[in-house]
Design a protein around this ligand. Structure first.
Ligand code: MN
Length: 310
């Protein structure tokens, strides 16, 4: 997905010092689509959860035009595409052509640079999913680009709740996907009732509610909202009158300042300028690839200020 990072996000500070329920902001994709996206990271009050630095949630929606995002680059991060409903075709500069279905993982490690496009299939069916970014630590952020698809992931069922781990580890479920820091991304889905999440007290966590209203540790968490806790918490007590459906995102506090601009993550202004020029001046360092969209999205103008890592 190609999302413009707004200035208020660049300037945001991490202000969450305890449990908080964060409301999403509705944003529009910069490309031709009518799909509303709810963004909870980065947030005015929270920049990251572990290495998780970007959380976009879209749908469920039926859009005649579907969702089409032309070729655009990424640098210094991993993208996670996770669907609850719908189908997407992914194409990238490594030559990958991969269809993704619900409960499957597409994990793209951009490292020093990759480009991709995404297009929903069966435009008149329901689309519901998330696009998540994971920042790469300094020592691995220029790694060789990699694309991984997993149609089967570690899953357990207990008390009517199914848990599926797409990246990292939760309890004894460990995803085979390649990651570069201690984190977890897992989906929980099941019938109304109660579930206690076993948390690692070295991690900070967010629960992104993609279903009916939940109550977590006594706080109401509506559809699309993100419940956050800093390190030191051992459990989330989740209660729901309706079906339970949420994502658990957690990780060790990242411990590095990052510079996030457009689809790039760097550390200095100069790196972002270089990444932008590499893409816009099209010098073939990121190979072209074929898709049905036939659109190449240029990076926007840089703001008239020096970007700094935060
Ligand atoms: Mn993208």
């Amino acid at each position: 997905m190609s999302i413009r990072i707004e200035k208020d996000e660049i300037d945001s500070q991490n202000e969450c010092v305890g449990f908080e329920v964060l409301k999403p902001r509705v944003v529009k994709l910069t490309t031709r689509t009518e799909v509303d996206v709810r963004r909870t990271l980065p947030h005015k009050q929270l920049r990251m959860i572990g290495a998780w630095c970007f959380v976009d949630h879209y749908g469920p929606t039926t859009q005649v035009t579907g969702m089409t995002i032309g070729a655009h680059p990424h640098v210094g991060l991993q993208t996670v595409t996770w669907l609850f409903d719908g189908r997407i075709m992914h194409n990238d500069s490594l030559g990958t052509h991969q269809e993704i279905n619900p409960a499957q993982l597409n994990l793209m490690t951009a490292g020093r640079g990759i480009a991709h496009s995404e297009q929903s299939l069966e435009a008149e069916s329901t689309m519901h999913g998330v696009q998540l970014w994971i920042a790469l630590p300094d020592e691995t952020r220029k790694t060789t680009p990699l694309f991984e698809h997993f149609s089967q992931l570690p899953t357990s069922s207990k008390d009517g709740i199914t848990t599926k781990v797409f990246v990292g580890q939760y309890q004894d479920l460990k995803s085979p996907a390649k990651i570069f820091s201690d984190l977890v991304g897992a989906e929980f889905k099941g019938k109304a009732g109660k579930v206690n999440l076993d948390l690692n007290s070295d991690f900070e966590y967010g629960v992104l509610n993609v279903g009916p209203e939940l109550e977590i540790n006594g706080h109401k968490v509506g559809f699309g909202e993100l419940a956050y806790t800093p390190v030191g918490q051992n459990t989330f007590e989740v209660n729901s009158q309706g079906d339970i459906h949420f994502l658990l995102l957690g990780g060790k506090p990242f411990g590095e300042k990052i510079l996030m601009w457009w689809n790039f993550i760097g550390r200095t202004h100069e790196e972002i300028v270089a990444a932008r020029e590499l893409w816009n001046f099209h010098n073939q360092s990121i190979p072209d690839f074929a898709d049905e969209i036939k659109q190449r999205i240029p990076a926007p103008e840089l703001p008239n200020l020096r970007l700094t890592a935060r």
